[in-house]
Design a protein around this ligand. Structure first.
Ligand SMILES: Cc1cc2nc3c(=O)[nH]c(=O)nc-3n(C[C@H](O)[C@H](O)[C@H](O)COP(=O)(O)OP(=O)(O)OC[C@H]3O[C@@H](n4cnc5c(N)ncnc54)[C@H](O)[C@@H]3O)c2cc1C
Ligand code: FES
Length: 263
């Protein structure tokens, strides 16, 4: 099965750690750092960790979050409380013990083009926060953030503080340029650009317009509900042109054209 754009998948580790800080990131979002008891392996943008509060049985399962700034014994996450797991995480004081499983899955491949466009829908910016600065040392990097608009101003500002040249688009036109992240990406796309995207699945599906515009290397990080994060439960399966694939092992990053979007 030729699904992997990277050749090898390392099984994730089960780690323990403590919450080092938890800060507001605007518009209800949280920015947290976990200091792990043992050293973390290297992670690539798009890989993720399952995160849960140690000793808590409700919710029992860890929740998946893209990591950024992962090095040595610390790893950072950005999230928005949307349900039980994330609301609990958002309420934790520094020092709280947490369990992590990761790094899970395959991240984005090593870029082959000299120009890279990173396209994020709201919290989809997480895997790109560190990568944008890192890759811009050697490549031309354009980062785009799409938000619904009203209500996301503080979060947009938080992202701009970290990526000063970020392009922001909002559906209602109240922040940055009016329009979607996909429309913004189409307007900035140049022949031979490589494009990576992370965000809600409808946005990722619409990223297909980049192919029509001539993009040959288009990769997306898919969101799926996850349980084990290591390929055992098949709860995160998606349909691809090469058959069924587990988003937590073969993904979450896939070539756009590999995914069967109508399944
Ligand atoms: C690989 C990956 C990386 C992710 N990275 C981030 C990140 O960096 N920051 C962030 O804020 N979120 C991220 N998510 C989404 C995050 O995992 C969910 O928001 C979280 O699991 C919700 O848990 P909950 O208990 O709070 O919500 P629940 O009470 O379980 O559900 C609340 C709502 O969230 C939806 N939901 C639950 N789990 C997921 C999921 N895995 N994907 C999409 N929708 C979901 C449910 O359908 C429901 O509508 C990521 C998801 C995946 C698969
Ligand atoms: S979450 Fe269990 S197989 Fe992917």
């Amino acid at each position: 099965m030729d699904l992997l754009h990277k050749s090898k998948h390392q099984p994730p580790l089960d780690l323990k750690g403590s919450l080092a800080f938890s800060e507001a990131a605007g518009s209800g979002c949280r920015y947290i750092r976990v200091e792990t008891d043992s050293a973390l392996p290297d992670t690539s943008p798009g890989q993720f960790f399952l995160l849960r509060v140690s000793g808590v049985s409700d919710p029992l399962l860890g929740r998946p979050f893209a990591s950024f700034s992962g090095s040595g014994n610390s790893v950072d996450f950005l999230f928005r409380p949307v349900g039980r797991g994330t609301e609990l995480l958002a309420s934790l004081p520094p020092g709280t013990r947490v369990d992590l499983r990761g790094p899970c899955g395959n991240g984005f491949p090593v870029p082959r083009s000299r120009r890279l466009i990173l396209v994020a829908g709201t919290l989809g910016i997480a895997p790109f926060l560190d990568a944008a600065a890192r890759f811009s040392r050697t490549l031309g990097v354009t980062t785009i953030l799409g938000v619904p608009g009203h209500g996301w101003r503080d979060f947009s500002g938080w992202c701009r503080d970290r990526i000063p040249d970020i392009h922001i688009a909002s559906d209602d036109g109240t922040i940055g340029n009016p329009g979607t992240a996909v429309e913004e990406a189409l307007s900035l796309f140049q022949h031979e650009d490589e494009v990576w995207a992370c965000g809600p699945n409808p946005m990722l599906k619409n990223m297909g317009a980049m192919h029509s515009a001539g993009c040959e290397r288009l990769f997306v990080s898919l969101e799926r509900r996850m349980a084990c994060g290591m390929g055992g439960c098949l709860g995160c399966s998606i349909e691809t042109r090469s058959g069924s694939a587990r988003a937590c092992v073969e993904g979450p990053v896939f070539e756009w054209k590999e995914v069967l979007w109508n399944e």
